[in-house]
Design a protein. Sequence first.
Length: 588
Amino acid sequence: MKNELSTGTVVKAFGNLIHVAFKGDIRQGEVAMVEIGNVSLKAEVIEIAGDIAKIQVFEDIRGVKLGTPVTFTHHLLEAELGPGLLTSILDGLQNPLEKVADATGLFLTRGVYIEPLDREKHWDYHPVAKVGDSLSRGESLGWVNEGRFSHQIMVPFTAYGQYTLTWTIKPGSYTIETVVARGVDEQGQEHAFTMLQRWPVKIPLFAGEKLKGSRMMDTGMRILDTQFPVIKGGTFCAPGPFGAGKTVLQHHLSKYSSVDIVVIVACGERAGEVVEVLRTFPHLVDPHTSESLMQRTVMICNTSSMPVSAREASIYMGATIAEYYRQMGLDVLLLADSTSRWAQAMREMSGRLEEIPGEEAFPAYLSSRIAAFYERAGLVQLKNGKFGSLTIGGTVSPAGGNFEEPVTQSTLSVVGAFHGLSRERSDARKYPAIDPLISWSKYVDDVSRELEEKIEGWGEMVTRAARILREGDEIGKRMEVVGEEGISLKDFVNYLKSELYEFVYLQQNAFDKEDAYCPLERQKVLFPLINHIFSAPLEFTSHDQGRSFFLELQNALKNMNFMPFKSERYESALSAIKQKIHRMAGSK
Ligand SMILES: Nc1ncnc2c1ncn2[C@@H]1O[C@H](COP(=O)(O)OP(=O)(O)OP(=O)(O)O)[C@@H](O)[C@H]1O
Ligand SMILES: [Mg+2]
């Protein structure tokens, strides 16, 4: 280990990319501090060429001049991990935004770095490991209660090899920097462990065995759970044109997904939108536990007004915090909105580095970076036999809504589910604007198998519904040409079935108290009912008769979506609908 830090001076600046002539040892990815008067700006070494280091500064570089001193820290960009992360709102460098605002006033001042975890707060520590135990990285020394979670205090992930504990603290109330255990490594060297550890954000963090997931992550959104499901430990993406509903979709997932912890990365989104989330989120209630949603959430915000270089940091910071909680045996969901902003930051930096550009001037390593990010998802079997999962979902905002561009294509080649939002649907206010004719999920079979345990024929019903939608779309297109009367009655009825499915089931009102969240229990009633309509022997004497029957049925079903599940009104609406179908099916 070196005692003295390497230093250098600025020789050239190109936007946020600075060239520094340096002395000493430095390495790629290392954090450097650019010293302007009494302000230090955080930066990261991205390229070393001879005695010149190219560093990207995470902040506004006003005031940087030829000769401005730079210090290298010998640390990679790291996340602080320990109890107290939940409920926090951080920027990409893990500064707690509220505390930064308290310290600097309403306008965030550059060069202000505040520790993300409270050093004064006491936590009730319960030791579990005993003197003489032999532990390795990720294994529990003890735990504290963080809200309703038992936050495991683990042997640091940076500590490779076996450690034999020589001392453990007694149960009590301690700060995160208190030494709670000591152990000797295989060379007999002693190490002290606290509740606080650090991990380089760009390196995936996990200890245990990575496995393929298979259990469903239900979302309370009918079109996803039924038609394009996601599994715990899986990956998915939602590309969509400007204003199609990507952010609203992610907010839905952050509120209702059946996971323990949610990490939200708002990457380069509009400041107003971020403020809106910060304002509303703390008041929302988790439907699974009735606690405040913030209790299970970590938010990382980088608005479009912050330097682009910090966007990359936020994506990796989010992934690391999410992985840390997975390691405690929890189910974690990481949501990134929008990954295109991150890709644009990569493009900008690559341009400044004068790298050979790839497609649409994105760097050639774009796909591998995107793949590496989604690969951090997965199910992990921990050393104690328990499982933790990390599910990752990102939005993509392709210019003009054209999915043929590199970011969308690179993402589609690695994710397990594609929820494609379409302009036609959002213009027609068919929300969520996920287009069922282009979207897909590789998890349908896994989820069908799980749901079949409770509802026989689930998989078949999903296939049938998808077929009816496709047929309906094709008939609809023909009808545009030849008109309703030019279509056979049989085709017309099929068209009406697909319209009913679309209107009653796939569309969902995000702003209605009841309809916004449709738990699986509720889908398990509605979906078989709709399938019953699909297969019932309904026969009509005319197009008009068919149309009016379906319109009435459609409205009755839609109204039922706005009623509290299993309420008296709901039950009587349900039985009236069943009777109506029965009468029609029996009347021929
Ligand atoms: N599920 C929904 N139900 C009702 N309205 C919706 C829904 N989804 C989106 N909207 C409407 O569309 C608007 C834009 O949605 P949103 O901000 O999520 O789009 P976006 O795709 O994130 O846009 P951008 O590309 O600008 O980030 C919302 O303010 C809302 O009015
Ligand atoms: Mg958005």
